[in-house]
Design a protein around this ligand. Structure first.
Ligand SMILES: C[S@@+](CC[C@H](N)C(=O)[O-])C[C@H]1O[C@@H](n2cnc3c(N)ncnc32)[C@H](O)[C@@H]1O
Length: 491
């Protein structure tokens, strides 16, 4: 089949844009070196992927502590629990079943602790560039069984991708006279189906994109409980639990990676509708109080302000929220960390925020805090990506490398790292966890008190009702006795 390269570029620009559609401004620059690895880290869930969570959102979404945090387990968010990450398990931690309005989805079959590797799988269909029509060739080379697995995945034909036009223009050779009109139509429909499946199930995979048999069954949530990424060291897509996940809870990743986490509800809904054809109803999208939106908007401004503080502004417009001193920058980075945790964003954006906080603290000579945040970044990174990160380490981009830098700087300054003094730094998330635990305990106590009051009130009402019924019965009995004694006076 002939492919006109000009056309490829012109017509599929939008496809490229689609798969890279988390190219938002303001962007916070990754402190990782621009390597294929950092690409995987900043991966936008391309299915090129994201989920409303029945499990994620409804059940666990609303904070029982009574505050506005969306992270249902913020109080339990203790990354230290995962200093030794759980070994990848061979038994299945999830099952795949259908949910009304959400298609097939993955559900935890037992408690999945934070940092657990849930899925580790090779691509089913991989293309080396972010150009959708390139999926057709590799699809044709799949085995029958692989084709069956691929064909069973969800299909969606987003209007703006013009798949049929792409199929006719780019994939069918007009000089191929072996095809009659009927064959052409059949081929067009086949190609549209393959591109449609690929479009709504792909993930960033190194420099290209790939569809996976299991990961592509993950639904989206704007408050995801798992993190997916392609690990070039093991050449597999991995999915890790970013918080404890209860048995029966739906596993949800985000289709809006990178800066998409800072989108407000309307932006997220529009993007998900356009690209995946569903309306997200996760805990954040269902929040009608506006608190989640306010938090995300604020986080976006904080992140952008910090980026400008660190790297300067490309924009001619004055930027708000740019800290005017390193001390204020540190405070701003800490605010961002707290808000990300409160909003339940517990993966790469949180790593970036910890890194920024650590860098600024180091610049200030606040070694203890620099180390504390570096330590937190290591934990969160391990919870999201696991321990096999040779490629990251090779590039000097991993959290562990930064943490070593901090230790080196401390040694140079003649300061002993806290661990050497036998003390482990307390991470920001631990501090927040402790604060929220207190709040939750108070709320639980207050809840118990209210319940006891309600129970007591109910008991009293029941006793009054019983007494009333008893009095009526007594009256009835007396009336009957009277009637029996004086039959003539009855009535
Ligand atoms: C990558 S697939 C996920 C698995 C899919 N549910 C299936 O049946 O194979 C993406 C599609 O799943 C559905 N989906 C994903 N997240 C959803 C959510 N939060 N609410 C409703 N549908 C969702 C949408 O139809 C979307 O186009």
């Amino acid at each position: 089949m002939a492919v006109d390269s000009d056309l490829t570029i012109r017509n599929l620009d939008h496809i490229y844009f689609f798969v890279e559609n988390r190219t938002p401004e303001p962007t916070i620059q990754s402190t990782r070196s621009p390597s294929p690895t950092s690409l995987t880290l900043s991966r936008s869930a391309s299915p090129s992927v994201g989920s409303s969570d029945g499990g994620c959102g409804s059940g666990s979404g609303s904070s029982s502590s009574g505050n506005s945090a969306l992270n249902p387990l913020a109080a339990k968010f203790e990354p230290t629990a995962c200093l030794t990450p759980p070994a990848p398990t061979t038994s299945k931690l999830y099952e795949c079943r259908e949910v009304k309005g959400r298609g097939l989805a993955l559900f935890a079959t037992s408690l999945i602790p934070i940092g657990t590797c849930i899925v580790s799988e090779e691509p089913l269909l991989h293309i080396g560039e972010n150009v959708l029509h390139l999926a057709w060739g590799p699809y044709c080379r799949l085995s029958n069984l692989q084709k069956k697995t691929f064909d069973a995945l969800h299909f969606y034909n987003p209007e703006h991708l013009h798949l049929e036009r792409a199929s006719r223009l780019l994939l069918i050779d007009p000089n191929d006279h072996s095809l009659d009109a009927e064959d052409v139509e059949e081929l067009v429909q086949d190609q549209v189906r393959v591109m449609g499946i690929f479009a709504c199930n792909n993930f960033q995979c190194g420099k290209g994109l790939a569809v996976f048999a299991t990961t592509s069954r993950l639904n989206h949530s704007c408050v995801p409980n798992v993190h997916h990424s392609y690990n070039p060291t093991i050449k597999k897509q991995t999915v890790y639990a970013v918080r404890d996940i209860q048995a029966g809870e739906e596993l949800c990743t985000t289709y809006l990676g990178g800066q998409g986490v800072y989108y407000v509800r309307a932006q997220r809904i529009e993007s998900l509708r356009n690209n995946y054809g569903f309306t997200c109803a996760c805990v954040s999208c269902s929040d009608m109080t506006g608190q989640s939106d306010a938090r995300r908007e604020f986080m976006s401004a904080l992140a952008y302000g910090l980026q400008v503080f660190q790297y300067g502004s490309q924009s001619p417009d004055p930027v708000q929220c740019v800290p005017t001193s390193p001390l204020l920058a540190l405070k701003q980075a800490e605010d961002l960390i707290y808000m990300l945790i409160e909003e339940g964003i517990l993966s790469i954006e949180l790593c970036k925020a910890y890194r920024l906080a650590s860098m600024v603290a180091l610049g200030l000579g606040d070694f203890e805090r620099a180390r504390e945040y570096a330590f937190s970044e290591v934990e969160v990174e391990r919870n999201c990506l696991g321990g096999r990160l040779d490629d990251l380490v090779k590039n000097g981009a991993g959290a562990a490398c930064w943490s070593e830098n901090v230790d080196e700087a401390m040694k140079k300054a003649g300061v002993l790292p806290p661990a050497a003094k036998g003390r482990k730094p307390k991470s920001a998330s631990q501090k927040l966890a402790a604060k929220m635990k207190k709040k939750q305990k108070k709320a639980a106590e207050r809840g118990l008190q209210l319940k006891a009051e309600r129970d007591a009130g109910r008991e009293q009402k029941a006793a009054e009702k019983r007494a009333k019924i008893e009095a009526q019965r007594e009256e009835e009995r007396k009336r009957k006795e009277y009637d029996a004694a004086f039959p003539g006076l009855k009535g």
